[in-house]
Design a protein around this ligand. Structure first.
Ligand SMILES: C[S@@+](CC[C@H](N)C(=O)[O-])C[C@H]1O[C@@H](n2cnc3c(N)ncnc32)[C@H](O)[C@@H]1O
Length: 228
């Protein structure tokens, strides 16, 4: 897949979408995926907290989550961050695209670049530090998620926008989210597309529309209530 870079923000030509906000990608990540999922509060009382992300991209969401976890984890607590990626970037691309945020992650960005695997298909389990595991699953989300067995505390739904990438926002994603979610699992996503909202409601999520980041009017958040 080909990317262009606009004011430091990578953009996919095929999907006509950006990897993160041109205005402030890190502020967007913190707003949409951390604050809207009640992190770090939700880390409390969990020996291991497991997050599943659709679309690893540059790893910006991962870095911001890792940083937050490091700042708030209690003794012995662990984070497992599972992410799928169909069109993996190289370690060099990640380093270059995240350069504008390098000062925010003086230790974590170099550690991610160092630990990032050769971008070949399959699951790569990386002990990124003593308390944090990154499982980077390279392939199509629809092929990968049926084989996942971890119970998930929190979902970051971050593929490209549903209007240009509808295949990723699939019934396979929604039904597997229901299969893998712990009761009370949270999700957030930058989109407020109607079919995403309906798909999640149908499998047992309570879904709420909230104000989006910056100029975006709406986004979705919710919690898994279980199937009827
Ligand atoms: C908006 S970007 C994600 C940004 C990313 N979370 C970050 O922190 O940089 C969306 C990502 O979803 C990936 N993607 C799109 N469709 C996919 C699919 N069917 N399976 C897996 N990954 C997919 C794209 O390659 C892209 O990297």
């Amino acid at each position: 897949m080909s990317q262009t870079s606009m004011k430091g923000a990578p953009r996919s030509k095929e999907f006509d979408d950006v990897y993160f906000s041109v205005a402030d990608g890190l502020a967007e990540t913190r707003f949409v995926f951390l604050e809207r999922n009640d992190l770090p509060e939700r880390f409390l009382g969990r020996n291991e907290f497991t997050i599943f992300e659709t679309g690893f991209g540059t790893g910006l969401n991962f870095l911001a989550t890792w940083q937050l976890f490091k700042a708030h984890a209690t003794v012995g607590q662990r984070l497992h961050f599972i992410s799928v990626e169909k069109y993996p970037l190289s370690a060099l691309q990640i380093q270059s695209y995240l350069h504008p945020f390098a000062h925010e992650f003086p230790d974590l960005l170099p550690a991610l670049v160092k630990g990032y695997p050769d971008p070949v298909s399959g699951r790569h389990d990386i002990a990124i530090d003593d308390h944090v595991r990154l499982s980077l699953c390279i392939g199509d989300m629809n092929d990968i998620i049926p084989a996942v067995s971890e119970q998930i505390d929190c979902w970051f739904l971050d593929g490209f926008k549903p209007s240009t990438n509808p295949e990723m926002w699939s019934p396979t994603l929604f039904s597997n989210m229901a299969r893998l979610s712990k009761t009370g699992a949270r999700f957030s996503t930058f989109t407020a597309a109607g079919f995403v909202k309906r798909g999640l409601r149908e499998v047992g999520f309570e879904v709420q529309k909230m104000r989006g980041f910056g100029t975006k009017r709406d986004m979705l958040v919710g919690e898994f209530r279980g199937c009827e």
